[in-house]
Write a protein that binds this ligand. Structure first.
Ligand SMILES: *Cc1c(COP(=O)(O)O)cnc(C)c1O
Length: 372
């Protein structure tokens, strides 16, 4: 055996199913307008910043101690937020929090997926779902959608009956397409499986009026899990706080796999402070939705179209060559996301200034290159 520095993962005794894979990552290229990761660009309210400083100072005094392992106060605050906004009474025992909803999903897969088990999700959808499956040794099966990206409930239920997955993912509103999934579809998928059904509601706060949350489906469905995040509507992507709501037994199950003290006392204090400012933080949601609708409304005049969006982004196209259009937009200082869907690109809706810059750049790109 020779000693030296391994220059590539090929030379390491890596798990075979991880060989040749790429880590998650949207290219973070320098651009004046970065509309590629669905963050909320509005600055945090100054009162919140002041309270955060004080709360973190108080928490810092106790940093010699481990944090509350069960994050009881934070879970009570999150349950209060969900109850207020969904109208569905959610108990603290039904809520679990971790460092971003990605960690929540990882814990769910550690508990309900893993070696010899299978997860199914309806692609195109959030690319992290299969990546977290790979990391936890869970096999992945692509679920089918129609050409317009909607889920055909009968076909989907039939596929779930055939594959018999242990975990079914439904992203609603879906990323990258933007559309919310009807509750009847989620209920039908639940009835079609004996596994857990994870509804990833990262963008729920941006849904169009009259789009109920899957939280309202929780009563009587002990295998249903709804995941949420403070990364998008709350504008706290840097905080890393995600959470789930489900039957209390699901919370007991994820506690079997979570690392002890996984959520730092600083994170818990900051998240509770942010939740105390919920109204001020979510005050920007309507403004962002207005920009989303402005983008949607401007596309037809350019010969473009979009997929109906309940999120803070728009999937727009169609382009004969989407990677070329992506590159041309970048040349105009606008970074959007090419999720690899032929003909389509995804843009985050943010401030009015960002929308104007994006629409101006897009109309120039279409004039120079054409659309379809
Ligand atoms: C952005 C996003 C998340 C957020 O993940 P965090 O780890 O909470 O930042 C989760 N699911 C979907 C579908 C997303 O697009």
């Amino acid at each position: 055996m020779t000693h030296g520095v391994a220059s590539s993962t090929d030379q390491l005794p890596l798990r075979p199913e991880l060989r040749g894979r790429s880590p998650y990552g949207a290219p973070q290229l320098p651009a004046r307008y970065r509309l590629n990761t669905n963050e909320n660009p509005h600055p945090l309210p100054p009162e919140l910043l002041a309270d955060l400083g004080a709360a973190l100072m108080r928490a810092a005094v106790e940093l010699n101690r481990y944090p509350d392992r069960d994050a009881l106060d934070l879970r009570r605050d999150l349950a209060g937020y969900l109850t207020r906004t969904s109208g569905e009474p959610i108990e603290p025992a039904q809520v679990w929090a971790a460092n971003g909803s990605n960690e929540v999903l990882q814990q769910v897969l550690q508990a309900f997926g893993g070696a010899g088990r299978t997860a199914l999700g309806f692609t195109p959808s959030y690319s992290m779902h299969p990546i977290i499956c790979a990391g936890t040794g869970t096999a992945w099966v692509d679920g089918h959608r129609r050409a317009d990206f909607t889920i055909d409930v009968a076909a989907a239920a039939a596929q779930v009956c055939e594959v018999r997955p242990d975990v079914v993912f439904v992203t609603s509103p879906n990323n990258p397409t933007g559309t919310a999934v009807a509750l009847e579809t989620i209920a039908a998928l639940y009835d079609a499986t004996s596994g857990v059904v994870v509804v990833d509601e990262a963008y729920a706060e941006f849904a169009r009026a009259g789009t109920p949350s899957a939280l309202t489906l929780l009563p009587g469905r002990p295998r249903l899990i709804v995941s949420r995040t403070m990364s998008k509507a709350f504008g706290m992507a840097g905080l890393r706080l995600g959470y789930l709501a489900a039957d209390p037994a699901v919370v007991d199950a994820v506690q079997l796999v979570r690392l002890p003290y996984h959520l730092s006392s600083l994170t818990q204090a900051a998240a509770r402070t942010a939740l105390a400012h919920t109204d001020a933080l979510l005050a920007t949601v309507d403004a962002v939705k207005a920009e989303r609708d402005r983008i949607v409304a401007a596309l037809p005049a350019m010969g473009l179209t979009s997929v109906p969006s309940d999120a803070n982004f728009v999937l727009f196209g169609r382009f004969a060559d989407a990677p070329a259009a992506w590159r041309a937009l970048l040349d105009h200082d606008v970074l959007v996301r090419d999720t690899g869907l032929p003909g389509w690109l995804r843009v985050t809706a943010g401030t009015p200034e960002e929308t104007t810059a994006f629409l101006t750049a897009l109309s120039e790109v279409v004039r120079e290159h054409g659309a379809t």
